[in-house]
Design a protein. Structure first.
Length: 151
């Protein structure tokens, strides 16, 4: 990731964290998918290939970190739960939000996106680190799979 882009991402994460724990609290639904999108947008905007990222949260759903899971192709990103939950386990995260972009600009989730989400929900239950949302991002918009799938 280029230094300028990394500084922009870190700056946005610091703003979100400074806004307080109520901003990042899916337990009470105080962090809306819109707030998570605002946090992740600088990372995933205008990427030429599909990228999958995980936002790692503490027990009060404050941001602990951000990790890139995979970089895919123009139309796909291969995601395995081991790559998603590995950073969460290493950092002691209590929850996570995942996001990926669609370089086409259309945030409508694919069948594969829904299947990956189901698999991550199952693994999250097994390891005790719940998946709080999966955002599919496009040109200036997103779809929350938490809302779409009702989890």
């Amino acid at each position: 990731m280029p230094a300028r882009r990394l500084r922009r991402v870190v700056s946005r994460l610091q703003e979100v964290v400074a806004e307080g724990p109520e901003v990042v609290s899916y337990g009470s639904d105080a962090i809306s998918p819109e707030a998570a999108y605002a946090c992740l947008r600088p990372v995933l905007d205008d990427r030429p290939t599909e990228e999958f990222w995980v936002l790692l949260l503490d027990g009060r759903h404050r941001v602990l970190g951000l990790a890139q899971v995979t970089v895919g192709t123009l139309t796909a990103s291969l995601v395995h739960p081991r790559e998603v939950f590995g950073p969460a386990i290493r950092l002691g995260a209590a929850g996570l939000i995942v996001a990926h972009n669609h370089p086409s600009g259309d945030p409508e989730p694919s069948t594969e996106d829904l299947e990956v989400t189901r698999r991550l929900l199952e693994v999250g239950k097994l390891v005790g680190i719940p998946l709080l949302d999966h955002l599919v991002m496009g040109d200036g918009s997103f779809v929350s799979l938490r809302r779409r799938m009702g989890f």
